[in-house]
Design a protein around this ligand. Sequence first.
Ligand code: BGC
Length: 267
Amino acid sequence: MGELLVGQKALVTGASSGIGYGIARAMADAGAAVAINYHSERDEAEELAETIRTAGGEAIALKADVSKEEEVERLFGQSIANFGTLDILVANAGIQKDAPLAEMSLADWRKVLEVNLGGQFLCAKRAVAEFLRRGSVPEVSRATGKIICISSVHDVIPWAGHINYAASKGGIQMMMKSLAQEVAHHRIRVNAIAPGAIRTAINRAAWSTSKAEQKLLKLIPYGRVGEVEDVAKAAVWLASDEADYITGTTLYIDGGMMLYPGFRDNG
Ligand code: BGC
């Protein structure tokens, strides 16, 4: 990925697997020092940090539940103590706890909102505080700081059986835009990436058999399931000065899922 993030310090939440893992790896390849946050997959996170260090990069694995304020405080404290400051937050950690309404417990409703939306709020709050404490360093980046919220096509596309998840992603959209409006005058850029169906553990059931994959592909005009790298490359670019004039935007990376393919020969 070249030199796009040389000298920058990034924190990626939920980076022990899936999209977060891919973004952490790609940001390190682009020259950033990366804090790899994990919740329970310590070995995976430590191995990724080791792989990055072996390749000559800088990385550290840090445990935290992003829905807990004291753990987020510790996460940022450790990350900043290690790298000196923070330039990029990728608020990626997210979960699904799917059930039809009648079977969805209040606990599962709350858990998904607390991790997906509350976690992004807590991390964004702490990141903005660090960006403002340090101020602008134009030799490192034109922006004072960058936040990328990892959302989903379900910030717009309704999703029966997943109302907690869809509500959390819809919430991320307005949180991201409102925060972007609030901090743009500090030259802090806040954007979202909204992936479609990316081949990771969270949606394994939707692609792991060829029958399931054929069904999923009906929703993807581009004709293939997304890969983590499709998202990771865009995240590097969006965090870099190449995207310096972009704030308050959502970038959909979905092979056209948002194009309502069911309407192609219908309606
Ligand atoms: C969900 C996946 C799903 C995809 C497309 C993502 O946000 O986490 O489970 O496959 O949206 O529906």
